[in-house]
Every structure is written in C-alpha cells, then in structure tokens.
Write a protein that binds this ligand. Structure first.
Ligand code: ADP
Ligand code: MG
Length: 286
C-alpha cells in the first residue's frame, strides 16, 4: 500500500544532528504533542538508480521494526517511533538522544576511570544481549554509534544505527566485509563470518579505548592493521596501563580472543567480576 501520510504534516524538522554516508539526521518536533525526536532522512532523488542505498535504508527500518515489536522499550537501545516512506524521501522518526556520541565524549575526556568504563560497558552489553536474544546482529558497533540519552554524566547509553544490522535467518542482501576496520572481528575479516561474537569483539575494542584513549590495533597501512587483528596482536605496554587493574585487562583478553568460539557472550560480560564489582546494579532509568 502506498504511503499516504506525509512526514511534514506531522512533524516540523529542525537543526541537523549528524550526517551519515547517505542520510541526514535532524531534530524533529511532533506538531500535535510538541515532543522532540530525531529523524533520519534518505533523499531518494540524490540516489542514482544503481545505488542500493534505498534497499539498505529499508533494511535498517525492518531491523528497527523487529526490535520495536520484540523488545518494545529498552534503556540501551534506540527506539523507532514512526516511518514515512514517501515518493521523494524516506524518514525514520526515532527517540532523540540529546547527549551526543560516546565517540565525542572519549575525545573530550581522553580516557575513563574503570568505574565509569564498567558502567558504560554494562549498559552496552545489556542492550547488545537484548538484541542478540531476538536474533539481531548489529555489525557496526563503535563509539560513533553509541549515543547518550542526556548530557548528564549519569546518562543512559544507547545502541543505535542499525544500517548494517542483520536479522538472523533472514535473507541478507549485503555481502562483503563492512563496518570500521578498527572494530572488525577476525572471523568477519577473514571469512565474512559475522556472528554474535563479532559484535562482542567490538566491545573489547571499545573497552580498550575507554581505558587508554587509543585503539588496540593500529598501523599505518590497512593491510598491517588487518594482520594484527588476525593474530590478535595488541599490548598493554604503554604506561597508562600500569594503573589499570588485572581484572580489566583480563576482561579485554577474554573479549579480544581470535577464535570466536572461545569469546565471551554479551551476557557473560555482564556476569564478569570486573563489571560486577565496578558497576554492580543497573542504574534506575529516569
Ligand atoms: P549513518 O548510518 O549514516 O552512520 P547514523 O544513524 O549513525 O547514520 O546517524 C548519524 C549521526 O547522527 C549519529 O552518529 C549521531 O551523531 C546522529 N544521530 C543519529 N540518530 C540520532 C538520535 N536518535 N538522536 C540524536 N542524534 C542522532
Ligand atoms: Mg553511524
């Protein structure tokens, strides 16, 4: 059935929040309720007939709809509110995260205390366990795709950007290796095998960055970086690691395991002693 409702009849769009590869994210105000949301827009006219951006955007919508249907509300997963698929544009209305990307906070802060890092990792793994439970692989876990709900230091952290996500068992229109090289797991890189454990590898990379401020695998040439990822070659040699606990390093070692079958699950991360000790109880959601 063709879409008859028009986005602009229901919402006023406002300032830009971010620009992605082929879409723009803006604030949007619901005309009736005056509530503010975020709206991710794909402009169909800007896409060549050969591009599959529209197909990717629709797959993002399918994933968010699957999450909405099966999880309803979750403090650590960004919720879709409405979709408008119009002749010239597709708009995904979702809840607004006012606190910005984890990426920008890491840059501002440099690195995190173990307590704060554990709190963030617990939140991300709670969200990740919830989507894994309903068969969703995120496939693009990185600090740019984790948003704070509010500007407060106590804010919830939410997983967003399901643009590369996959519902297990469904047909996958995408082939190849995708996501950012810094966060990609060895099995995805070598065999294009994306599984739940591949999302968890990225959690290991994120935790490493939170604690020291730089990524575990780095090299000037991508080929060299790929080689160190494949071997799981990283170290705790820099002096910043001298003040980091063995428990935190132990968790990183359990996450950055090259063999995905030996890697922890998101739920196992939640039960890890370092997480339990540093971030014992789920904070109440406001
Ligand atoms: P892309 O798929 O192109 O990477 P994203 O969905 O990641 O697009 O959105 C791009 C950027 O827009 C995000 O990194 C974030 O800064 C901003 N953004 C996206 N969704 C929201 C939201 N719900 N609330 C606030 N900002 C958002
Ligand atoms: Mg993104």
């Amino acid at each position: 059935m063709p879409e008859t409702r028009k986005f602009l009849d229901y919402y006023t769009s406002a300032e830009e929040l971010g620009v992605g590869g082929f879409s723009t994210v803006r604030k949007a105000v619901n005309k009736a309720t005056k509530q503010t949301y975020a709206v991710k827009t794909l402009d169909k006219s800007k896409n060549s007939p050969h591009s599959n951006d529209l197909a990717l955007f629709r797959s993002e919508i399918l994933v968010m709809a699957h999450i909405l249907e099966n999880i309803k509300e979750h403090p650590n997963v960004v919720r879709m509110v409405d979709v408008f698929d119009e002749p010239k544009q597709v708009n995904i209305v979702m809840e607004l995260c006012k606190g910005g990307e984890l990426f920008d906070r890491i840059i501002d802060k440099g690195s995190y205390t173990e307590k704060d890092a554990a709190n963030l990792i617990r939140q991300v793994c709670t969200g990740l366990a919830a989507i894994h439970d309903i068969g969703v692989l995120h496939r693009d876990m990185k600090p740019e795709n984790l948003l704070f709900e509010t500007e407060s230091d106590e804010s919830n952290l939410k997983i967003m950007d399901f643009g590369l996500s996959h519902i297990q068992g469904s047909q996958d229109s995408m082939t190849g290796v995708f996501g950012s090289l810094d966060y990609i797991a060895p099995e995805a890189l070598a065999f294009r095998h994306y599984c739940e454990a591949s999302d968890v590898w990225a959690i290991g990379v994120i935790l490493y960055i939170l604690l020291c401020g730089y990524p575990p695998f780095f090299a000037e040439k991508p080929r060299e970086k790929q080689a160190s990822i494949m071997k799981g070659e990283y170290d705790f040699d820099d002096e910043v690691w001298e003040d980091v606990s063995d428990a935190a390093k132990g968790l990183i070692r359990d996450l950055l395991v090259v063999d995905h079958k030996q890697r922890m699950s998101a739920k196992q991360v939640l039960a890890h002693p370092w997480v339990q000790e540093n971030s014992p109880v789920a904070r109440a959601t406001p």
